[in-house]
Design a protein around this ligand. Structure first.
Ligand SMILES: Nc1nc2c(ncn2[C@@H]2O[C@H](COP(=O)(O)OP(=O)(O)OP(=O)(O)O)[C@@H](O)[C@H]2O)c(=O)[nH]1
Length: 557
């Protein structure tokens, strides 16, 4: 996150803290008055119940704003009133009993003392690191450093990685320290550079993944590299497509472990805003909901990876809301974490058995909040991927790709814009398998998948349709732009050097495209693109055919 953005977040956190302090001061006065009335025999049972609720809220929020001592004391005072609250504010004996309890517990003095605790704040709040996730160049390609003493070898590797969509450039080992790591997505480093330095010459913190290249193949050497914190190892001679695929996987893991969509549900506006600021500052996408009745609408629209939810929001109980969400099969697998100051194991177990997955006990430090949310988002996304993504390429599976294309077709009709669908098929792929084996064939399939991911826009839909057949939809794109974009993919694919039996080889690609918005049904557009692909195959492969050209050919005939 830029310095300016970080300063803005810190400023907002400060404003929230001031708001919390003012509100807490008002709450303390209120509880003091209510307790005084109760002891003097003037207050109603409703007042004591209200005092309990105010203390409960204070206990749950003070620590989060840095007033831990205040939170602890409010919690202790809340517990004194708890038996009364469990009686649901019933008057009579219980009020008399509470009067005695309050007296014995020096309740009034202690409530008055809360005001003093409002001046004791933790000196260094545990603020999460504000992160920035964009590590790509202007063309959207990941930026990679190659730390290699042999300049010529580094240049060769950089050139070989270019067709795979990586912007890799060589750096001499001694210059690495002066590199701006915030824009680097990965570092490839020669093993003897690391072994000689006895450390990864990068600041620790949020450093990019490091892949070591070399010939260290003894157990001791590998162990040393792992102990230094290396994330991956590639033996020489380098199989570039395999390396590119490895880099792709590591980069995705890093990216996915630092991002996610979090829905926060809390009826306390200051807490809600604070959690949102901290989570957003940590690189997560956040949607805050203060009114439980809005949950269902926001859920369908925002589709979070996880939910963070307060345990009690006015008359609404978090565990009951979790149970209610599970009525809908769509949200059965959604990870729900309760944020609660309740430490009672029995209570927690009960809440989890109703439909929650986890507890974070308040006050939770900013760093732990962000880390806990990221880890759970990552897991949620991995699970989602297992169900919807093809395991070899990580692209959308056939049925999901079809439904995404159908959604785009509906958008075209709604917004009256042009989109394109393309079918892609590797040429003579059977020969690749026959000559070089299935494992190498798999690398070719992954190579094309990675190329598409790098070359196309984030909004484009990419799916693996079948064995060596892929589907792509380009939203808001003219047919001519789609032709150029797909032609570029064909050219890039033919430049990738794969290693096979007896040396390197390349594979070409045939593509058929059709205007998605020109067909009544999305499946008709897919079929039209498939027809164009078939024609391309018969006309010599390696290139792009547009279905419109076929139609005009037919008309001309
Ligand atoms: N390695 C590997 N091969 C696969 C996979 N899925 C399908 N194939 C193979 O892909 C090949 C497809 O061959 P064909 O449909 O005959 O087509 P082709 O050889 O590409 O020829 P044209 O499409 O006409 O250019 C078959 O040999 C399949 O076994 C996979 O996941 N991995």
């Amino acid at each position: 996150m830029s310095d300016e953005k970080t300063a803005d977040v810190l400023r907002k956190l400060d404003v929230l803290k001031t708001r919390f302090r003012e509100k807490a001061s008002g709450d303390i006065n209120l509880v003091t008055l209510m307790a005084q009335d109760a002891i003097a025999g003037k207050g109603s049972s409703d007042d004591l119940l209200r005092a309990y609720q105010v203390l409960h809220r204070l206990a749950g929020s003070a620590g989060t704003f840095g007033f831990r001592a205040l939170g602890d004391e409010a919690r202790a005072l809340e517990l004194i009133l708890k038996p009364f609250s469990e009686n649901d504010g019933e008057a009579g004996e219980s009020v008399e009993k509470v009067k005695d309890d309050l007296h014995h517990a020096r309740f009034i003095e202690r409530v008055e003392g809360l005001e003093r605790l409002l001046n004791i704040e933790e000196t260094s709040p545990d603020t999460a690191e504000m992160s920035e996730s964009s590590k790509v160049d202007a063309a959207g390609q990941p930026v990679v450093l190659i730390v290699e003493p042999d300049q010529a070898a580094a240049e060769r590797l950089s050139n070989a990685l270019a067709p795979h969509g990586f912007n890799a450039y060589p750096v001499a080992p001694k210059n690495l320290v002066s590199e701006n790591l915030s824009r680097i997505s990965m570092v490839l480093i020669r093993d003897n550079v690391l072994i000689a330095q006895e450390q990864i010459p990068l600041s620790s913190g949020d450093r990019p993944p490091v892949i070591c290249i070399g010939s260290s193949d003894t157990f001791e050497d590998r162990y040393r590299l792992a102990a230094l914190g290396v994330d991956g190892f590639v033996s020489e001679p380098i199989d570039v497509p395999a390396l590119a695929d490895y880099m792709e996987r590591l980069a995705n893991e890093k990216l996915e472990s630092g991002s996610g969509r979090v829905m926060v549900i809390d009826d306390d506006p200051e807490l809600l805003e604070r959690y949102s600021l901290i989570l957003e500052g940590g690189g997560l996408e956040v949607r805050g909901v203060s009114s439980p009745s809005d949950i269902l609408g926001v859920l369908s629209e925002f589709r979070p990876d996880i939910i963070l939810m307060d345990v009690q929001m006015g008359r609404f109980s978090g565990p009951t809301l979790a149970k209610m969400l599970r009525f809908d099969p769509e949200w059965v697998g959604l990870h729900i974490i309760f944020l609660s100051s309740e430490e009672d194991r029995e209570f927690q177990f009960d809440a989890l058995s109703q439909g929650g997955d986890d507890f974070l006990t308040k006050p939770v430090s900013d760093r732990i909040l962000v880390q806990a949310a990221k880890v759970r988002c990552y897991r949620a996304k991995q699970l989602d991927k297992l169900a919807s993504r093809d395991s070899l390429t990580g692209l959308l599976k056939h049925s999901l790709a079809n439904s995404e294309v159908a959604k785009e077709h509906a958008r075209c009709q709604r917004l009256a814009h042009h989109s394109v669908v393309a079918m892609l098929d590797l040429d003579h792929f059977k020969q690749v398998n026959d000559r070089h084996g299935h494992r190498v064939g798999d690398l070719v399939i992954k190579g094309l998948a990675n190329l598409l991911r790098h070359r196309l826009r984030k909004t484009d839909i990419i799916g693996r349709y079948g064995g060596e057949e892929f589907i792509v939809a380009l939203p808001d794109c003219s047919i001519e732009d789609a032709r150029q974009s797909m032609q570029a993919v064909c050219e890039q694919m033919s430049k990738i050097a794969f290693s096979g039996a007896g040396g390197t080889f390349s594979v070409t690609l045939s593509i058929g495209i059709a205007p998605l918005d020109s067909y009544e049904k999305p499946e008709d557009a897919i079929e039209a693109a498939d027809r164009a692909l078939y024609v391309r195959k018969s006309a010599g492969r390696n290139g792009v055919t547009i279905v419109n050209d076929l139609d005009s050919m037919k008309q001309g005939a």
